[in-house]
Design a protein around this ligand. Structure first.
Ligand SMILES: [Zn+2]
Length: 451
């Protein structure tokens, strides 16, 4: 549009003299004010009388949860589609993010609006509520959405393309290229009775995350590379989990998605500060082996550790023998509890459950197993890889690998400083992948290893 056309349009919507508007516009543009900003400032100067009682457009960064209805103008970055149960009905909603020059905001649309990624839209009469700690726009029956032919240029990616390490609970409409590292089909008791789902682990070159596919897609099979669009992210057991639904599109890729082999290596302090990581590696000294390690008994019903034959949920039970280590690992920055399951514990102990049982019988005390483990690992340095969860009771690292550090501490310090060096720690690790203590499923089984 030429300046003259802009002046014409403004003059007619503002109901003022075109020559006057054009003179003002020319002045602003000569001062290098972008045309859109120049028009906005003239709208403010002459007063946008056309809107009647409409709320004024706000910068997205200025939208706050104390606002009533707001109007914003922005570019639709993502549009995710999801079915939710609301007051007993299944409802299809759309959700995603909108951006202007000032920032981004998430939205939920309760009705169908003209929203497609890349479009510049004017939204009038959107409600604001708090969601995941930030303001969110709610688009409903009181809201109008109009596509604006005058596109807004925003410094954000359109379409939701992202990677695993960038995902956070609450993200929606995300698009990913992943390799299916693990997948398992299971039957759950869903809101509509028994349903089949897939759960497992996705990987890309930035990391690994658990996923659940609520509407099993054939393209999601072990080892396959796939392109997934319109997925959303929820927190599951303290880490982000990718959710694939009936509205997601999954396409097999004919190329192989690269994945890193190492987990990101962090100091204990850094790791704990994230409040939860699906796959991380730390290295530190085992300061102590905690009570509840060695030969233990679990409830056959729920897998919880039983004490003196008593399960917290099931009372008097005939506990089943198992092996476990809970080791306090400290690297000088902070400490956490590394939890080793059956197989990793057997490797550390140097014998399986039968051997432990025999040792306990001979000594007439099952504590001898924990004592033996304590002698082996306390005071030594180990690299521990696994899933970190952090709660009020502390930080637990469910180990998938546990290996003695034989590297030079100075080298390791350099490695820690070099964030790119995450793949350096692989050789010599004990593989704990077959242990049922490692990361599990998506759904509602009680966590084995919990007390
Ligand atoms: Zn139980």
């Amino acid at each position: 549009m030429e300046l003259d056309d802009h002046a014409e349009e403004l003059a007619s919507t503002l109901g003022v003299d075109k020559a006057e508007v054009k003179a003002d516009l020319e002045k602003l543009v000569n001062y290098s004010v972008p045309i859109d900003e120049a028009k906005d400032s003239l709208r403010r100067k002459y007063g946008d009388g056309g809107g009647g009682g409409e709320p004024a457009a706000k910068s997205i960064a200025d939208v706050s949860t104390t606002d009533g209805a707001v109007a914003v103008r922005g570019v639709v970055l993502t549009v995710g589609k999801r079915s939710i149960r609301y007051q007993g009905d299944d409802l299809v909603i759309r959700e995603g993010e909108i951006a202007d020059e000032s920032g981004t905001i998430s939205y939920t649309a309760w009705e169908e609006f003209a929203l497609s990624p890349g479009d510049t839209v004017e939204i009038v009469g959107a409600g604001v509520r708090e969601w995941e700690g930030s303001p969110e726009l709610n688009l409903g029956s009181e809201t109008t959405v109009e596509v604006d032919d005058d596109p807004l240029d925003v410094p954000y990616d359109i379409g939701g393309d992202t990677h695993l390490s960038a995902l956070a609970p609450g993200d929606r409409g995300v698009a990913l290229d992943v390799r299916v590292a693990e997948v398992e089909r299971k039957t759950i008791d869903g809101r509509d009775g028994e349903t089949e789902i897939l759960s497992g682990v996705f990987a890309d070159d930035t990391g690994r995350l658990p996923f659940t596919d609520w509407d099993p897609h054939g393209e999601i099979e072990e080892g396959a590379s796939a392109e997934i669009a319109n997925a959303y992210v929820r927190e599951f057991r303290g880490v982000p989990s990718v959710n694939v639904s009936e509205f997601s599109t999954v396409n097999a890729l004919d190329r192989v998605v690269e994945t890193g082999d190492g987990a990101p290596r962090m100091s204990v302090h850094e790791a704990v500060a994230t409040e939860g990581l699906f796959d991380v590696e730390v290295a530190g000294n085992v300061l102590a082996v905690r009570d509840g390690s060695g030969l233990i008994q679990r409830c056959p019903e729920c897998g919880r550790v039983v004490q003196k034959g008593q399960c917290r949920s099931h009372g008097d039970v005939d506990g089943e023998d198992d092996l476990r280590v809970k080791a306090i690992v400290d690297d000088g920055t902070d400490s956490l509890t590394a939890v080793l399951g059956t197989d990793l514990t057997a490797d550390v102990y140097g014998g399986r459950i039968e051997a432990a049982r025999e040792a306990a019988r001979d000594a007439m005390d099952q504590e001898v197993v924990a004592d033996d483990i304590r002698e082996t690992i306390a005071g030594r340095e180990f690299r521990v890889r696994g899933t970190l969860s952090v709660d009020d009771y502390g930080a637990n690292l469910e180990a998938t690998n546990f290996a003695a550090c034989d590297d030079d501490p100075a080298d390791r310090a350099r490695g820690l400083l070099d964030a790119a060096d995450g793949a350096a720690a692989d050789g010599g690790m004990i593989d704990g992948a077959s242990s049922d203590e490692t990361v599990e499923d998506g759904v509602s089984e009680p966590r084995r290893g919990a007390e």
